[in-house]
Design a binder for this molecule. Structure first.
Ligand code: UDP
Ligand code: 7WV
Length: 460
């Protein structure tokens, strides 16, 4: 592979994700794209995560920093406030130590790509006189809503909706990221999201895991404020352009996927006959909601694959597993990309996390969106009304999605009159996602420009 060299030195990019599944996947995938373009890439993640990883061949080297919770990670902290505070203090220091170590190792760092959730990392980079690129793991539309709120110091949902937000569709309170809908509900999370913009004017680049055609109006608008480059969707190359041989999976799984059983089970199902249901890595639903989902799934009378982590299983109705043995399979953690790419899967019933949404769009699978919190309501709004690749469930007066609603929405997307249109639109986005990352596409060009820009900064 051609290496981008200056003298005998290889250009070396250090990447720092927020340590959750939904943040590690995209940044690590982006790192692999950089490697395919001749860059050396190192991922810095927390010791709590690195010590649980099996050694494996990877295009990207993994190094450890500390969030101050080496034993239990986030679960060890007394809540998000304590976690973020200690992460900033211990993280800043251990990130600086890592950069120093790498600088004397013969492969000095030329650029830091950091998760926009961790703006202090940019200050660390600047302390070494290094260029820094913020990496946004949420939709550009969501980022822009937080930008307006940050700029005007607004967290009130009605107030934010009176602000002109060019590039966005007309939104209602329930379409906003959840931290607005119930003001004061999660102040530390709200601050985390708003703080993405606290020093962003100092970032040399703003990378966003999206692609131009998906949200062109809002991307163009944000590009007028910051040096934006869309670099997504960050699915493994084999699911899109297939230009990077063997690049077919996310390398870090915080849970062990149940590959064998699940894929064999799918192989024996008819085309488009399976409902795949998953709420991502973080959501924990209430027992009543789990029960409604369970009976709604059963009532729809389809085959289903449902990711219910072991810690959530006790919330299932006692007879459910027994009564649906013929129809369904429960998994602790799925190989989600393989599942979504399988022809037996007819719909994706999802919380609509940004990675899951991009994966469904990129693999052409229609959705039922059941947003839980954070950016998921806004993603659901786009799924239903902008990209028109799925429907959003309605919540009843008790805040629950009833079994009838679950059944109705599944049937609507699985066999209703909307199905053909949703499938057509999903196929269209699949093509456009592939086009963006393929040779000469918008994402491909942006990554080339990013690589060229790091090289030119280096030679100054
Ligand atoms: N994922 C997976 N197996 C599962 C559930 C999720 O591999 O059983 C992956 C999924 O493909 C996605 C990520 O975990 O890349 C979840 O990210 P997302 O943004 O959708 O949701 P979050 O977990 O951050 O809420
Ligand atoms: C991890 C922790 C907190 C949040 C997220 C991930 C997210 O929305 O991506 Br708010």
């Amino acid at each position: 592979m051609e290496k981008k060299e200056r003298g005998s030195r290889v250009t070396h990019v250090l990447l720092l994700p927020y340590p959750s599944q939904g943040h590690i996947n995209p940044i690590l995938q982006f790192a692999k794209r950089l490697v395919s373009k001749g860059i050396k890439a190192t991922l810095a993640t927390t010791l709590f995560i690195t010590k649980s990883l099996q050694p494996q061949e990877s295009l990207v080297t993994i190094e450890s920093i500390s969030d101050g919770y080496d034993v239990g990670g986030f679960m060890e902290a007394k809540g998000i406030e304590a976690y973020l505070e200690r992460f900033e203090t211990v993280g800043s220091q251990t990130l600086a130590e890592l950069i120093e170590k790498l600088n004397v190792s013969g492969h000095p760092i030329n650029c830091l790509v950091y998760d926009a959730f961790l703006p202090w990392a940019l200050d660390v980079a600047k302390g070494f006189n290094l260029p820094g690129a913020a990496f946004f793991t949420q939709a550009c539309a969501v980022d822009v809503i937080y930008y307006h709120a940050h700029k005007r110091k607004l967290s009130d949902p009605v107030a934010i909706l009176t602000v002109p937000m060019p590039g966005l569709p007309s939104l209602e309170v329930l379409d906003l990221p959840s931290f607005f809908a119930v003001p004061g509900s999660y102040p530390a999370y709200m601050e985390l999201l708003l703080n993405q913009f606290s020093n962003l004017e100092k970032a040399d680049w703003v990378l966003i895991n999206t692609f131009d055609k998906l949200e062109i109006e809002v991307v163009n608008w944000m590009d007028g404020l910051f040096p934006v480059k869309t670099i997504g969707p960050t699915l493994p190359s084999m699911y899109l352009d297939k230009r990077i041989k063997g690049e077919n999976a996310y390398d870090i799984n915080l849970w062990k996927p149940d590959n064998g059983t699940c894929m064999k089970w799918l192989d024996s199902r008819a085309i488009g006959s399976v409902v795949y249901m998953s709420f991502g890595s973080m959501a924990a639903l209430g027992a009543e909601q789990m029960e409604e989902l369970a009976w709604g799934l059963k009532g729809s009378n389809n085959y289903f694959l449902w990711v219910v982590r072991d810690t959530e299983k006790e919330k299932l109705p006692s007879k459910f597993v027994e009564e649906t043995r013929e129809k369904g399979l429960l998994l602790n953690w799925s190989p989600q990309l393989e599942v979504l790419a399988h022809k037996a899967v007819g719909i994706f019933f999802t919380h609509g996390g940004w990675n899951s949404t991009l994966e469904a769009l990129s693999l052409g699978v229609p959705l039922v969106a059941m947003p839980q919190w954070t950016d998921q309501p806004t993603n659901a709004k786009y799924v239903e009304d902008v990209w028109r690749v799925g429907v959003r469930v309605k919540v009843n007066e008790k805040g629950i999605v009833s079994r009838d609603e679950v059944e109705l929405r599944i049937k609507e997307v699985m066999e209703g009159e909307k199905r053909e249109e949703l499938k057509r639109n999903a196929s269209k986005w699949k093509e456009l996602a592939k086009e963006a990352v393929d040779e000469g596409g918008s994402t491909d060009k942006n990554i080339d420009e990013f690589v060229a820009a790091i090289l030119s900064k280096e030679s100054i």
